[in-house]
Design a protein around this ligand. Structure first.
Ligand code: MSP
Length: 528
């Protein structure tokens, strides 16, 4: 057998100036679903996430809170960012902090190589900087302030005044790479996704690229420039390198060769850093560019990009405390086309929770298990001769599995879920039309009843496997209730690309009672 394919996927590393909100959690869940799917398909999978801890923004927040930046970062990572991963059930393989020694040392190594190879020079710089973005702003993102900022230039994204900085900086010769970047976008059309993001990046680079200021000297919270310790490395240059320092760049060449290049999942707000600056840095260092950069949309609350600074931030626990982590994961993956913006509302969340998870899937699972318990003493019956209605179920399952895998391959998570949901709908319709409770009253229909309940139970087996990357907690409960483990092994060991093959659940397995997977929740937010 050939070696399994490598699948290395990353989230952005999050600024520790603030606490996590559902926008951050959204990115995490998407990357985690993709990683879980690939892991269960047998690919050599690695999910990296972490925190971005240097720069002026963190320094200022720490100072305002009477802490050193290192103390502040430690506190936020411990109390907020690591707990977030538990709250939403993220199965990451690694967590990198830009203050890790493995990172700082190899940022210096990378920079020194670029310097030695002539890609870095010293220059004078004067430009408008946004601390919120940690970026010298291009003219297209500088607008006139209004209200309290009347008469000042403000950042188009943060609506806060820009700061005029005048410093001696080191510059990266990014302008040298415009042609090579355009060739890359041309020759690998799926390098930047979705299409709208790709077009935006191409038109940005076509306008020509300026060299990039990559050091700062007016504060010292960062990685020191190796040949000049009066400068620290620009926070974005430092942060982007996490994707390679975390997988062995500079210290473990085998691990690096095994993992790199990565698929980067990022919000569209930071697409340009990942699709322009980052590949240019890698090209300069003679390293492979990423596999793919996917820019997802924003969560909107009340029509605006949700953000803490605009006071529309919602903490993930506000949702998971009531609905649970599975519902959080399902809702955002299902309700929003991955790549588009999506509006969040409590009404929509509650409506989908009840219609799709509680009534659609949860109720199906409970009914089927209860009928096996009642009519067959809890032992999954053998199927007899299949009729057309049963064969339709089998075809729907096979198609759903194939379509979902194809959708995941193109990062269309919402399409994958829609494909799997055809099985939920089909099975619910199947049970309604087959009426097992009627068959149960007639001894002559005993074999038919067995076939119907086997079909339903085997359909649940396929659903548990196909939904496990999205709703791992409740599918694990279902797996246990189906009694599948002794014969088939643990749920996470089930090869997902084989999930559509009919007949895997053996007859004779013993089901156990299943509590409601998604209990109804009343208007006050308490489970009913
Ligand atoms: N530290 C940088 C990223 C460095 S990566 C080398 C950063 N951090 S951040 O804390 O601001 O988080 C940015 C990411 O959080 C966005 O790219 C996006 O993935 C996610 N989101 C933040 N707000 C969001 C929404 N309102 N909606 C969706 N995602 C959002 O930028």
């Amino acid at each position: 057998m050939s070696d399994p394919a490598s699948f290395y996927i990353t989230t952005p590393i999050f600024y520790v100036n603030d606490v996590p909100h559902i926008g951050h959690a959204y990115t995490e869940v998407a990357a985690d679903v993709l990683a879980r799917w690939h892991r269960q398909a047998g690919d050599d999978t690695w999910l990296l996430t972490g925190t971005d801890e240097h720069g002026q923004k963190i320094l200022r927040t720490a100072t305002a809170n009477g802490a050193t930046p290192q103390e502040w970062a430690d506190r936020l990572v411990e109390n907020e960012w690591l707990p977030l991963l538990k709250t939403i059930d993220i199965a990451n393989n690694d967590f990198i902090r830009t203050t890790d020694e493995r990172h700082e040392t190899n940022v210096q190594l990378f920079l020194q190589r670029l310097y030695d190879d002539g890609f870095i020079y010293a220059g004078e710089y004067e430009a408008l900087y946004c601390v919120g973005c940690e970026e010298f702003k291009p003219a297209s993102e500088i607008v006139d302030g209004t209200g309290e900022y009347e008469g000042q230039k403000v950042c188009a994204i943060h609506s806060k005044p820009l700061e005029l900085l005048q410093e001696k900086n080191y510059f990266f010769r990014m302008s040298d790479f415009a042609e090579r970047l355009l060739d890359l976008y041309e020759s690998r059309p799926d390098f930047v996704q979705p299409e709208a993001a790709r077009n935006e990046v191409i038109s940005f680079v076509r306008q020509g690229l300026a060299d990039l200021s990559i050091s700062r000297s007016s504060f010292d919270w960062g990685v020191k420039v190796p040949w000049d310790d009066t400068h620290v490395v620009y926070v974005w240059f430092d942060a982007l390198l996490n994707y390679i320092t975390a997988v062995g760049y500079g210290q473990d060449e085998d691990e690096f060769a095994r993992r790199w290049p990565a698929t980067h999942v990022v919000g569209k707000d930071i697409l340009r850093f990942h699709a322009v600056i980052w590949p240019a840095m890698l090209m300069a260092a003679g390293l492979e560019v990423p596999q793919k950069v996917f820019g997802h949309g924003w969560l909107l609350v009340g029509g605006e990009k949700m953000s803490k600074s605009k006071l529309t931030g919602i903490a993930p626990t506000q949702i998971t405390d009531t609905f649970g982590s599975d519902a959080f994961r399902y809702y955002f993956m299902r309700a929003i086309s991955f790549g588009q913006d999506g509006s969040f509302s409590w009404e929509d969340l509650a409506a989908r929770y009840h219609a799709e998870l509680a009534n659609g899937f949860g109720n199906l699972a409970s009914r089927v298990i209860a009928m096996v318990a009642r009519y067959f003493d809890g032992i999954v019956p053998a199927a007899g001769d299949y009729e057309e209605a049963d064969l339709v179920v089998q075809r729907v399952v096979a198609d759903a599995a194939a379509n979902a895998d194809a959708a995941i391959g193109s990062l269309a998570i919402h399409d994958a879920l829609a494909a799997v949901w055809t099985v939920v709908d089909e099975l619910n319709g199947y049970i309604t039309t087959q009426e097992p409770w009627v068959l149960a009253k007639d001894d002559a229909q005993r074999a038919r009843l067995g076939t119907v309940l086997y079909t339903a139970a085997e359909g649940l087996r396929a659903l548990a496997v196909l939904l496990s990357p999205v709703i791992p907690a409740s599918t694990t409960k279902l797996w246990t209730a189906l009694g599948a483990e002794p014969a088939l092994g643990g749920l996470s060991e089930q090869p997902i690309r084989d999930a559509g093959r009919w007949g895997q659940l053996p007859a004779g397995t013993a089901v156990t009672g299943l509590e409601a997977l998604f209990p109804r929740i009343d208007a006050t937010g308490t489970p009913a």
